[in-house]
Design a protein around this ligand. Structure first.
Ligand code: ARG
Ligand code: GLU
Length: 741
């Protein structure tokens, strides 16, 4: 094992800074003991735990790393606890309550949509920022909701009641669904609460969540986009980082403090708990924890699956997105108006493009596939010593091998079709929506058509506003060519079979894009007709529509059936494998994969070695913002007010021991998408930062967490407070929060 890694483990264990001074060779027994301790111990680092399950072992490990509070302060159903300050924000992010008046903190990129909807050309809140000077000026963000988790209950026994080996997979599932349904109905909740029951460990366990959703959420404060998104796509997924990824909202409630739709009579929500904010020093190795709603991880896949994702699937997805980004980027560089129009689309596609590159490289760099194989070997060796277990689980890995081998072409085809035709080519997406309109009409009649139409038209209006048909045609040409030439022949539709040269593909694209359907008004008028039969006959004459139907057919006939069948079998096997792992490695602690439920993860502030001879320190400072500043650049420009503030060095109480304002920091917390906006808490449960990203070298943590290079990125709360006070002059907000010095 790597020396640095040993050093790292020692540091983690003993907070020992001078490990290099220990003579390694003379300490072999110590290392052996340590090695055994670490790998036979519960805590291999990483993990996102359900907060109701940490009491005991996890709590002790957290305290060993420096936590000073008991698990009861984190999750409690008899008194208020930290979980009462954490919300799922707008479905996909996390937020937290930071004042007794329901003030809510989340990321800039999480509030982005809501702020965009509140912006107009004359009053562009995204660009200029916004600071409400009174409650009255707080702006209702229609459609935005936040959800608290009131309690969590292990309901495995009730959900898996009467499930036995003799049932077929379908029978099992329908019995489970029935049990979920009846338990949901039998559970007593308040009328403003909702219930959710979800599988964990691939269905080996079930938990019930009682939740409360607030619906009147208002924008309170946000800095200009240039500061919040500073560095944009270039810096995205990277360390060192220098953006203030925060925005501030407030929860409003009715006069009983209960959820209610927007009303001018609603009042600021009084929380059960709010997070105090600490502006104390943050040092390397300090304990931190992150509380939030991580979306999805796959930590327990077999080696063959990880290999497939990192070495087969990711490269395909990366190449398709790169082809799309290359075309868009070329036009965006040529013209400022185009750049604005395409910025958000580009960022959306670039985000996971970049993430997958990091993931694929990271998996290979830390030899994750090999390490998984080693673990699988040990799994088999342990089975050899236990005939009963071997009987049950001895074939698991070979079954995985054959299933994943069969799955690979379908997995790639399914993803290629999605990435090519639905993700990056707007006009093809429009065509597939028309196809859906047609299907709704044919299968469910006029009402179904009109219901979908009602949602589709406003969506299309917004989409066409940011659609440049020439760019889209060129994306189409590039991607369709790639698809036609690189896919397995059975997945290539007849109309593409004879196309070979660039000109062939250009002609094909010209034929599809030479249409009045590229005009929103024209298209909307057809969709919106009372004569639906006629509308559909118009769709059916469109070359783009005909092509989309052809693609749909390939997908429906050649890809989906096999893809779905194999996925179902893989999932069933994965459930068994999960159970087997827990039985065969009883000394290990297994956290359930992320599934958008509330979790706590913990670690320490730490730098890392991204590559040979390079060390990244764990904290960035405001000097770094100025270092990256490029006047006029679309990613690295700054408002003059910020420059002035910097030049005056008017940093208030928000400097650290270096005399400068800390901007971002990194730690070993295991996070993923959905953890955006999650609070980073110190050993006492005070807010010290706001999670918003991971480092590029560690994005493989969704598949394989490696403590040597996986880091989450947070904005330092001192940078946030500095901007609130000095940039936003929003002292009224500072008065309602609780600051620990
Ligand atoms: N990488 C961060 C998260 O997934 C931030 C994404 C938003 N920023 C951007 N430049 N696209 O998802
Ligand atoms: N930016 C991500 C989000 O939107 C968090 C980063 C990550 O995937 O770790 O949730």
């Amino acid at each position: 094992m790597h020396y640095l890694y040993y050093r790292y483990l020692l540091k983690v264990l003993f907070n020992c800074q001078n490990i290099e001074k220990i003579n390694l060779m003379k300490r072999i027994p110590l290392f052996t003991i340590l090695y055994l301790f670490i790998f036979s111990s519960l805590f291999a680092q990483g993990g996102m735990w359900l907060p109701n399950t940490i009491k005991g072992n996890i709590e002790k490990d957290m305290q060993r790393l420096g936590m000073k509070i008991p698990a009861d302060d984190i999750y409690n159903t008899t008194k208020s606890s930290i979980k009462d300050a954490i919300v799922q924000f707008g479905g996909g992010c996390t937020g937290e309550v930071i004042s007794p008046k329901g003030l809510l903190l989340t990321n800039h990129h999480c509030g982005y949509g809501a702020i965009q909807r509140l912006s107009t050309v004359e009053n562009n809140l995204l660009k200029n920022g916004y600071w409400a000077k009174s409650f009255k000026e707080e702006l209702p963000a229609k459609g935005l909701t936040v959800t608290f988790v009131n309690r969590i209950e292990d309901v495995t026994d009730k959900i898996l009641k009467n499930i036995n080996k003799n049932l077929s997979p379908n029978e099992k599932q329908s019995l489970i669904d029935k049990n979920i349904d009846s338990l949901s109905k039998a559970t007593v909740i308040e009328d403003y609460q909702t219930i959710e029951i979800k599988p964990f460990y691939y269905g080996n366990k079930y938990y019930l969540f009682v939740k409360t959703t607030y619906k009147d959420i208002r924008l309170v404060g946000v800095g200009p986009e240039a500061i919040g998104k500073f560095g944009a796509d270039t810096d995205n997924w990277m360390w060192p980082r220098h953006n203030a990824d925060f925005s501030i909202f407030r929860i409003y409630a009715d006069k009983n403090n209960l959820p209610a739709g927007y009303s001018k009579d609603n009042i600021p929500y009084t929380p059960k708990h709010f997070l105090p904010i600490s502006v104390k020093e943050i040092n390397e190795n300090d304990f931190t924890m992150v509380f939030g709603f991580p979306g999805r991880t796959q930590e327990y896949l077999p080696s063959i699956a990880v290999d497939q994702i990192a070495n087969k699937l990711d490269p395909v997805r990366i190449a398709i997105r790169k082809a799309a980004l290359d075309v868009m980027g070329k036009y965006m560089r040529e013209d400022e108006a185009t750049r604005l129009k395409y910025a958000s689309k580009f960022a959306g596609i670039a985000n996971y493009w970049k993430k997958w590159i990091g993931e694929s490289q990271g998996i290979n760099r830390v030899n994750a596939v090999e390490k998984k194989k080693e673990m699988e070997m040990e799994f088999m060796q342990r089975l050899d010593k236990n005939p009963k277990a071997k009987d049950k689980y001895g074939n698991l890995l070979t079954e995985f091998d054959s299933l994943y081998t069969a799955f690979e072409p379908y997995n790639i085809a399914q993803n290629s079709i999605y990435e090519t035709f639905y993700r990056s080519i707007d006009f093809m997406r429009v065509m597939s929506y028309l196809n859906r309109l047609k299907r709704y009409y044919k299968n469910n009649g006029e009402k179904a058509y009109n219901r979908f139409k009602g949602r589709l038209l406003p969506y299309l209006r917004g989409m066409y506003k940011n659609l440049d048909i020439t760019i889209d045609k060129n994306v189409f040409t590039a991607l369709v060519k790639k698809y036609a030439l690189e896919s397995k022949p059975e997945f290539v539709p007849a109309s593409l079979k004879n196309l070979k040269t660039d000109k062939d593909f250009r002609d094909f694209a010209n034929n599809i894009y030479n249409t009045k359907f590229s005009n929103y008004k024209y298209l909307a008028a057809i969709i919106d007709t009372i004569n639906i039969e006629w509308a559909i006959s118009m769709f059916e004459k469109e070359p783009g529509f005909i092509f989309a139907q052809e693609i749909n057919k390939i997908s429906d006939i050649k890809v989906s059936p096999k893809y779905n069948e194999l996925s179902t079998n893989i999932n069933a096997l994965q459930k068994k494998y999960m159970k087997a792992l827990m039985e065969v490695f009883p000394e290990k602690s297994f956290f359930p994969d992320a599934n958008s439920t509330i979790r706590i993860t913990y670690g320490q502030v730490k730098g890392y070695h991204p590559r040979d001879a390079v060390y990244y320190e764990p904290v960035s400072h405001i000097e770094g913002v100025i270092e990256k500043y490029k006047p006029g650049d679309y990613e690295f420009d700054l408002p003059q007010k910020f420059i002035n503030l910097y030049n005056s060095r008017d940093f208030g109480n928000y400097t650290d021991k270096s005399g400068s304002v800390p901007v971002c920091f990194i730690a070993t917390n295991h996070t993923t998408g959905g953890n955006s906006g999650s609070p980073a808490l110190d050993a006492e449960g005070n807010l010290i930062g706001l999670n918003f990203d991971r480092v590029w070298e560690g994005t493989m943590s969704d598949l394989y967490y490696d403590p040597s290079i996986c880091r989450n990125i947070m904005v330092d709360v001192r940078y946030i407070l500095f901007l609130i006070e000095k940039y936003g002059n929003a002292k009224r907000l500072l008065e309602e929060i609780k600051i620990m010095r």
